[in-house]
Design a protein around this ligand. Structure first.
Ligand code: HEM
Ligand SMILES: *[C@@H]1O[C@H](CO)[C@@H](O)[C@H](O)[C@H]1NC(C)=O
Ligand SMILES: *[C@@H]1O[C@H](CO)[C@@H](O)[C@H](O)[C@H]1NC(C)=O
Ligand SMILES: *[C@@H]1O[C@H](CO)[C@@H](O)[C@H](O)[C@H]1NC(C)=O
Ligand SMILES: *[C@@H]1O[C@H](CO)[C@@H](O)[C@H](O)[C@H]1NC(C)=O
Length: 505
């Protein structure tokens, strides 16, 4: 039963009455001398919601910021947002005042899916968050796991290249699904080792579960409109969807952990241990009395599944789309790769260290296709001032990474063009400590994989372009390739990428 669709008028009326109440309460609590950031006119209760409808949210916000400036305030229901739309303001938030803007907001879905905020990505700023982040960096992403990660990367890339060479000539492959598959295998084999199960014992497929989790983490009506929103979530079936989504993933993770518990940890060498083995080791009390709880362990696995796969797949898929659409770049890139790797015998010999143009192409792709258009929202811990305006505690900050990275006033006339050469003048800087593009966010909440993820992307792309030439589907010109996206929370391609590989000898 979908009350929201069946009685839109009743719902709107209720929302309005409720908003007027909240609005008046909020107004009476507002300190009178505060200097607030500019804000578009709002309706009672609904706030600025009506100005955001009909367009993807990051685009609507970008348009409003053209009118109200790079620091702007909006309301949706009971929530206050600070909207940031320039590199200078982004730097204020994620560098100068990083210690204040380093928390996360409450969402019903993030609470449940992270075992009550035991994870990294959604947990508020705390000692627990710091500990979990340290564990992910040293035990999943760090040098300790580098050998296993490289082995898995090579094996999975090899099997993709093999599958491609067996593919009938002059026919399309579904590159979207192929790239999803390879990244999922990579992440899961490093995390779960030989105990990786392609599919859960029952319920929806692993792919469907990951998709569903990401959609749930987009938030619900109840997150913005307390009380009435809760009822809407209840009657629209959203609460049930969240329960089911969580239960399915939780059961899958339980199965994986139980399989690991059957392994004899003492018999496995440090080098062969996977991420879950190590986490189980850490679940035993150590000398200083610290131990990882079961919920901590599961929350970490959940973060790896929801944070590690989609973002990397998206990056690979958009990169292949862009170079397909830009034959000049494809040609230049391919000749760099074939020169540097001349004569290699297997996937494993591919070394991207000296492929400078490839690194620029990856960067340009991450600029135009920032996977998370306004990052994972940062939240303020205390009262502060930004650019002379008061910002109150618990303000949700949306940093419009999508808009900043495409802004002609930041990137020049050709901002919309895919032009990797623009990075030639950046002193070979391939770090991410800049605020004119933010594919990995910034500050202490930035993506912990920002130093390792690009190298994996480079390796896969270098192999795809070394062993094969690529063409558009038959009957289509490469400039006609559809580049639309599906909209937030992450900007996936609207239609799967299908290309024709031809073996190169
Ligand atoms: C190309 C690949 C990737 C991209 C573009 C990407 C992008 C991002 C972005 C934009 C954020 C939010 C940063 C912020 O709020 O300021 C983030 C956070 C995060 N990412 Fe990634 N990510 C990628 C790969 C990965 C991988 C492989 C993992 C791990 C398995 C990962 C784990 C995380 C975690 C745990 C956070 C939360 C950090 C925190 O809140 O402290 N990401 N990522
Ligand atoms: C291609 O793969 C995607 C992702 O797995 C899938 O959703 C889609 O149905 C596939 N499309 C075609 C035409 O095979
Ligand atoms: C996520 O939320 C935004 C705005 O709140 C909405 O426009 C979008 O359609 C949602 N995406 C999904 C997949 O539910
Ligand atoms: C126990 O584990 C915690 C968390 O990993 C760590 O910070 C601490 O240093 C460890 N103590 C000892 C004595 O190993
Ligand atoms: C890749 O090449 C660089 C120098 O060109 C070298 O230092 C590095 O060890 C090589 N990496 C591998 C894995 O062979």
């Amino acid at each position: 039963m979908d009350i929201f669709n069946e009685w839109p008028i009743t719902t709107t009326l209720l929302l309005s009455i409720f908003s007027i109440l909240v609005y008046n309460i909020l107004r009476s609590n507002m300190p009178s001398k505060a200097k607030l950031p500019p804000s578009p006119p709002k309706l009672p209760i609904l706030g600025n919601l009506h100005q955001l409808l009909g367009k993807p949210r990051h685009e609507a916000l970008w348009q409003l910021s053209k009118q109200y400036g790079p620091i702007m305030q909006i309301h949706i229901g009971s929530k206050h947002f600070l909207i940031i739309s320039s590199p200078a303001m982004a730097k204020q938030i994620m560098k100068t005042q990083d210690h204040i803007f380093c928390s996360r907001t409450y969402l019903k879905a993030s609470e449940q899916l992270t075992y009550n905020f035991k994870d990294i990505a959604f947990s508020p700023h705390s000692a627990h968050w710091r500990e979990m982040r340290k564990i992910l960096v040293s035990e999943f992403l760090g040098p300790k796991r580098a050998k296993l990660s490289k082995r898995v990367l090579v094996t999975e890339t090899e099997s993709m290249i093999r599958a491609l060479s067996l593919h009938p000539p002059n026919t399309e492959v579904n590159l979207s699904s192929m790239l999803f598959e390879i990244v999922k295998q990579m992440v899961c084999k490093v995390a779960f080792g030989t105990n990786y199960r392609q599919q859960p014992l029952k319920g929806p497929s692993l792919d469907a579960m990951i998709d569903e989790a990401n959609e749930l983490l987009n938030g619900s009506i109840g997150d913005s409109f307390p009380y009435i929103g809760f009822l809407i979530d209840q009657f629209s079936g959203w609460n049930r969807r969240l329960d089911d989504g969580f239960r399915n993933l939780d059961a899958y993770i339980d199965t994986i952990i139980n399989d690991h518990l059957k392994d004899n940890l003492e018999e496995i060498s440090e080098e062969d241990k996977d991420f879950v083995h190590t986490l189980l080791d850490m679940s035993k009390e150590n000398a200083s009395g610290y131990r990882l709880t079961n919920a901590d362990l599961k929350a970490l696995v959940m973060d790896v599944l929801t944070g590690g796969i989609d973002s990397t797949v998206l990056t690979l898929t958009w990169l292949m789309s862009e170079i397909m659409k830009n034959p000049r770049v494809m040609q230049k890139l391919q000749s760099e790769i074939r020169n540097c790797a001349r004569g290699i015998q297997s996937v494993q010999d591919m070394n991207t260290t000296k492929m400078t143009y490839l690194k620029m192409v990856v960067k340009e792709s991450l600029r135009l296709h920032t996977p998370a258009p306004y990052l994972i929202p940062h939240v303020s811990l205390s009262h502060t001032q930004v650019s002379g305006y008061d910002v109150f505690p618990s303000t949700i900050v949306l940093i419009n990474a999508w808009g900043i990275a495409r802004d002609p006033s930041v990137w020049g006339e050709n901002a919309a063009e895919f032009y990797p050469e623009r990075f030639e003048n950046h002193d070979g800087d391939i770090g991410w400590d800049r605020f004119d593009m933010l594919p990995f966010g910034g500050g202490r909440r930035s993506c912990p994989a920002k130093n390792t993820a690009p190298a994996n992307v480079e390796f896969v792309i270098a192999n795809l372009l070394y062993w094969f030439d690529w063409g558009p589907p038959s009957g289509m010109k490469s400039e006609d390739l559809n580049m639309e996206n599906k909209g937030i929370p992450v900007l996936k391609r609207k239609v799967p990428l299908r290309l024709v590989p031809t073996k190169h000898n």
